[in-house]
Design a protein around this ligand. Structure first.
Ligand code: HEC
Length: 150
């Protein structure tokens, strides 16, 4: 019994201690990636869909729900954001060469088409980030219309 109690107390102490190790926040203070909007002129519906489903992990500004203050949830979120931004950052798209933009737009369309994004593990907690068929179509049409060969 003593052993079980010790393990339990040890566990509680670890949980408490890790709460003090907060990951650095991905917040630029700018709510939407303005350069993306200015350059590619998405309409309000597209911006809303992207804000709801993509910008949290693919821009310089994440809106953090309260439970990301709890570790290790916050660490997991930070990892997703780092990995997500490595692949695609809506704040950087406008500055890319035409060739690289085209390839990002193709990749975005494919990820949406194949239901690979938003990440399944994210949708598990954020049901409202899910895209329905109509949303997917709108987004895919938008990104495909932005692919230019010049
Ligand atoms: C919870 C965080 C999260 C959300 C939300 C999210 N992504 Fe991602 N995304 C990632 C991560 C992490 C990766 C890195 C590769 C992987 O794990 O699949 C990624 C990779 C990508 C890639 C590159 C994939 C490749 O292999 O070339 C694209 C394109 C992409 N995401 C588009 C989107 C779009 C569009 C949305 C919204 C519909 C979205 N993502 C929502 C985290 C996210």
């Amino acid at each position: 019994m003593k052993m079980v109690k010790r393990i339990f107390i040890g566990f509680v102490v670890i949980i408490i201690v890790i709460q003090f190790i907060q990951p650095v926040r991905n917040t630029s203070g700018q709510v939407v990636p303005q350069s993306f909007i200015d350059t590619f002129q998405p309409n309000d519906t597209i911006v809303k869909l992207l804000a709801n489903s993509c910008f949290h992990c693919h821009s310089n500004n994440t809106k953090y729900p309260w439970y990301t203050n709890i570790q290790p949830v916050g660490w997991l979120m930070a990892k997703h954001i780092n990995d997500g931004k490595d692949e695609l950052n809506f704040d950087d798209l406008a500055a890319l060469s035409n060739r690289r933009r085209n390839s990002k737009f193709k990749s975005i369309s494919e990820q949406i088409e194949q239901d690979k994004m938003p990440l399944k593990s994210y949708l598990f907690i954020h049901r409202n980030a899910a895209l329905n068929e109509a949303d997917k179509k709108l987004l895919i049409n938008f990104f495909q219309s932005k692919i230019h060969n010049n």
